[in-house]
Design a protein around this ligand. Structure first.
Ligand code: ADP
Length: 556
């Protein structure tokens, strides 16, 4: 019955463990797969979203040029000449490589018509001279046009477009209000493909005068200086800043219409249009799949490690809980066995006493021999009960530290021969010998020492086959300590059990302890030795024998 229980119990645990392991493995693999999918999605999203940052960083010099440098033209209030315009253009060309050429229109506004330029009402706006600056401009071609020597030069779209923009702005200008800086900036600049034209912003009073000129209301003939500049831009010269070199393998500038049809699945691409005058172009991002996979992996690995650690901890905790449950189960079984054995131990003498009592009562008269037999039986059984109770009591007392260690001088030879005699009397087939070396007496608790010897001698007798019931005790004084060796030639203890035999209620299952073993003897010995400030150890070989060693302090 017990074996069957054990089997089913084991099987139950086994299937539970297998289920747990399978479940954990499935969950683990699932989380890894999910983490990988998540990493892929994340990096693919980054591939699309991070382009904004690349654009922002790459276009920063342009924004700087547009927002800070352009308005500087206005500082000169229209009084730029070819030399100052030239040096201004040079610093620009140096600082911003994407500016390829600067054209400077040294112009004026007046109310007498101009041959080259724009005439509306009495508002005339035209260049006096035009210069061009740039690394590829030959020295003799710097001056393009002058009013005195027009050289067949057509002023062109850039000037005219901004001039028209200026006129229509002035026409709609509400002179009772001060226009905002943004309004002025956007109306005095013109952004076209790869080009920005900028006109210096006149004072508000001048704008009002310009308005009256358009309405033909101005009598006097003033002349106002205006500077206009056209910046030709080359998007190919924008320095691309790849802020995510592990994400984007290649970034280049392509026309917005660029769309390679032959691009294979092995590549990931995305694009973003450049702003302002570069809007005909885009940043084009390309990465090969294998390149992206590396980035995905470098994102996935730490996540996978995290998952691994997490599952490792869960498994460890599960293992600890399982082990604890197992220990509890074992403890429960030990307690159960102990109660069983103890009841049995008590039951045997009690029933013998009961039978003897019944016999005495029912017998009419008893002979002298019968009387002494019953008397002996009752006496022996009462002794057994008493012994059992004493053992339990002593154990509890020692455990609770509620007894005191007695200190008496013990003559070792006398003690040993007494012990040997008692055991031989009990078991005539017990070959119990002893030897003493190095001392003749020491101070200790004789009662506790006696119970140590009784327990070990009983075990040596009990756990030896009939023809090898032998025990040799050697008592020696070694390095100021009393050392006892108990050597028997019994059945021995398997190495795997040696760590357990001193535990309470523990028994090695064998044919010798089916009856009357509670598994308390060695646990009791260990408690007693500890209480006496000594040590007990064991060495054993199955089928050869066992040797217990007790070391006690030598108090002289
Ligand atoms: P028990 O009441 O079962 O004898 P013990 O605590 O005295 O309990 O011993 C625990 C177990 O150690 C025993 O069940 C027995 O199997 C083993 N044992 C103890 N002493 C010996 C020995 N001298 N030789 C072989 N086995 C022994």
């Amino acid at each position: 019955m017990a074996a069957k229980d054990l089997k089913t119990g084991y099987r139950k645990n086994f299937s539970l463990i297998i289920t747990f392991i399978i479940l954990m493995s499935v969950l683990f693999l699932l989380s890894l797969a999910l983490a990988y999918r998540f990493s892929t999605k994340f990096i693919e999203n980054e591939f699309v979203s991070e382009k904004v940052n690349v654009l922002e960083q790459s276009i920063r010099p342009y924004n700087d040029f547009f927002q800070k440098k352009l308005p500087e033209v206005s500082y000169y209030n229209g009084y730029l000449d070819s030399a100052t315009a030239g040096s201004f253009a040079d610093t620009l060309l140096m600082q911003y490589p994407f500016v390829s050429k600067v054209i400077f229109y040294d112009s004026e506004v007046r109310n007498t018509p101009v041959a080259d330029g724009l005439n509306t009402g009495r508002f005339s706006f035209g260049p006096k001279s035009i210069y061009q600056f740039g690394p590829l401009v030959p020295l003799d071609s710097v001056k393009l046009f002058s009013r005195e020597r027009p050289r067949n030069f057509v002023i062109g779209d850039d000037f005219n477009a901004l001039a028209i923009k200026l006129v229509s702005y002035i026409e709609t200008l509400d002179t009772s209000k001060t226009p905002s800086q943004e309004e002025l900036f956007s109306n005095f600049s013109n952004i076209r493909s790869n080009k920005i034209t900028y006109l210096n912003i006149p004072r508000i009073e001048d704008l009002k005068t310009y308005k009256t000129m358009i309405r033909r209301e101005l009598k006097s003939m003033p002349v106002y200086q205006q500077d206009m500049m056209t910046f030709q831009l080359d998007p190919g010269k924008i320095r691309i800043i790849n802020s995510r070199p592990l994400l984007y393998q290649n970034i280049r500038i392509e026309p917005v219409t660029y769309d390679p049809l032959t691009l294979s699945e092995a590549y990931l691409t995305t694009e973003i249009t450049l702003p302002g005058p570069f809007s005909d172009y885009k940043l084009y991002f390309v990465s090969s799949r294998s390149f992206i996979d590396r980035e995905i992996l470098s994102y996935f690995l730490p996540v996978a490690t995290g998952i691994l650690v997490f599952y490792g901890i869960v498994v460890l905790v599960a293992f600890l809980i399982y082990r604890n449950l197992n220990i509890n189960q074992k403890m429960f079984k030990l307690q159960y066995d102990f109660m069983n054995n103890l009841t049995h131990e008590f039951k045997t003498p009690v029933s013998v006493i009961k039978i003897a009592g019944n016999n005495i009562r029912s017998a009419g008269s008893l002979s002298q021999k019968e009387l002494s037999t019953y008397g002996k039986i009752l006496d022996e059984e009462a002794d057994k009960l008493n012994g059992l109770m004493n053992k339990l009591l002593a154990f509890t007392q020692i455990e609770n530290k509620s007894i005191e260690l007695n200190r008496d001088r013990v003559d070792i030879d006398e003690f040993l021969s007494g012990t040997v005699d008692t055991h031989r009397l009990k078991h005539p087939d017990f070959d119990f010998t002893y030897e003493v070396q190095g001392f003749s007496s020491f101070v200790t608790d004789p009662v506790l020492l006696g119970s140590l010897f009784d327990n070990l001698a009983e075990n040596a007798y009990k756990y030896s086959p009939a023809h090898r019931k032998k025990l040799h005790v050697a008592a020696k004084l070694i390095k100021g300590k009393v050392v006892f060796h108990f050597t028997d030639q019994g059945i021995g203890i398997p190495a795997s059990e040696l760590g357990n035999i001193f535990k309470k209620f523990f028994r090695v299952q064998n044919q010798y302890n089916q009856n009357g073993s509670v598994g308390l003897g060695l646990a009791f010995c260990k408690e007693v030795v500890n209480f006496m400030e000594g040590e007990i150890t064991v060495r054993s070989k199955v089928d050869k024998g066992t040797e217990f060693k007790i070391v006690l302090p030598f108090n002289d």
